[in-house]
Design a binder for this molecule. Structure first.
Ligand SMILES: *Cc1c(COP(=O)(O)O)cnc(C)c1O
Length: 351
């Protein structure tokens, strides 16, 4: 069993922190006159109550997310994209210049960038050739200053899910926080780890409205964890991190879950069509299995193909400089029309 205690993981200054107390969080009841926050009492040129500061804890939106996910509101944090909780977790736990965190490259770039911004050392533990976790090597890389492990599943850029038993082994044997980034879980066949959240006091799960929900521009990310971890994130976040317009739009989106389901099945269907056609090109050496809304391809020459596609007005992601991704391109599943344009371009590509 893990000997996890949050107090052993938090930086001392965060444990002692007296958070900013906003006008909106100090007075919780209902009143008829609000003269407590120096807002413009007359109104806003935009109407819609935009003259008032938004709910710092996004209670209504959390109720909606709670119903959608089957997780209690006290276990939900909402961030300005999932990039916000990634940064907050590092800042809460890792003493700059002293503590470290584990990553499994090739993976999402923001973990390392956030670590660098905070002057926190990164210990990379390469995924295996089939992009799975190397648990033994990871456990050996952990020392007393390792506070966080970031796991991305389905992983970006490889597209696959991590084996459940490997994730479980890490969560169970690590005394720090395991952050499991499930940004692409809506496209995966296997279920989210949310169902097991209650069993693991050191597990933090990240999800987002940026991908399947089609709301990348609004910046709404979620972290799910024990109430005590969520409490820490709430204490150190910017007081009004989710603006009012976004809170309202996200609540509106929650009423359209059925349409999101339709988007997901359309994307998955299109993915199957695309993979089928990609497999026919001799210059595409491998299409890696994908549990997400993108596929990673190994090609004969990634730079040449990338530049050729750009010349045809099609931008994909060249991942060939990431470890284990030599000559690899990552392609987002587009609309049926976009995928046809891609296939057209590939048809006329001379390698
Ligand atoms: C796209 C993506 C996110 C989403 O980030 P947001 O800040 O919520 O838009 C998170 N993690 C991974 C691995 C991603 O690819």
């Amino acid at each position: 069993m893990s000997g996890f205690k949050l107090d052993n993981i938090l930086r001392p200054n965060i444990q002692k922190l007296v958070p900013y107390s906003s006008a909106r969080s100090e007075f919780e009841g209902k009143a008829s006159v609000y003269l407590d926050a120096n807002e413009n009492s007359i109104g806003s040129v935009l109407g819609e109550n935009y003259n008032r500061y938004p709910d710092p804890l996004q209670k209504k939106l959390k109720e909606g997310i709670s119903k959608l996910k089957g997780v209690h509101s006290k276990n939900i944090f909402i961030g300005n994209g999932s990039d916000e909780p990634i940064d907050l977790l590092i800042r809460a736990c890792c003493e700059p210049g002293k503590d470290n965190m584990l990553l499994f490259p090739p993976t999402y770039g923001m973990y390392e960038v956030s670590a660098n911004i905070n002057n926190v050392a990164v210990r990379p533990v390469l995924l295996t050739e089939d992009f799975q976790l190397n648990v033994d090597t990871a456990l050996k890389a952990i020392d007393k200053n390792t506070k966080l492990i970031f796991i991305c599943s389905p992983n970006n850029p490889s597209g696959n899910m991590m084996r459940e038993k490997d994730v479980e082994a890490l969560v169970k044997s690590f005394n720090g926080l395991v952050v499991l980034d499930e940004a692409y879980i809506d496209f995966a066949e296997n279920r989210s780890w949310l169902k097991s959240l209650g069993q693991y006091p050191n597990l933090v799960i990240l999800q987002t409205f940026s991908k399947a929900w089609g709301m990348a521009a609004l910046r709404v990310g979620m972290a799910f964890a024990s109430a005590e971890i969520i409490d820490v994130l709430n204490r150190i976040k910017a007081p009004y991190n989710i603006n009012e317009a976004t809170q309202q739009l996200a609540m509106k989106a929650l009423m359209r879950e059925e349409t999101v389901r339709e988007y997901i099945s359309a994307i998955l269907k299109e993915k199957a069509v695309l993979i089928n056609s990609l497999n026919k090109f001799s210059f595409i050496k491998k299409v890696f299995p994908s549990d997400s809304n993108f596929v990673l391809l190994k090609v004969d020459n990634a730079d040449t193909l990338y530049n050729y596609l750009v010349s045809r007005g099609i931008v994909v992601r060249n991942r060939s400089r990431m470890p284990l991704c030599e000559n690899c391109l990552r392609i987002t599943i587009g609309t049926a029309g976009e995928n046809l344009l891609l296939q057209d371009a590939l048809n006329t590509y001379q390698s």
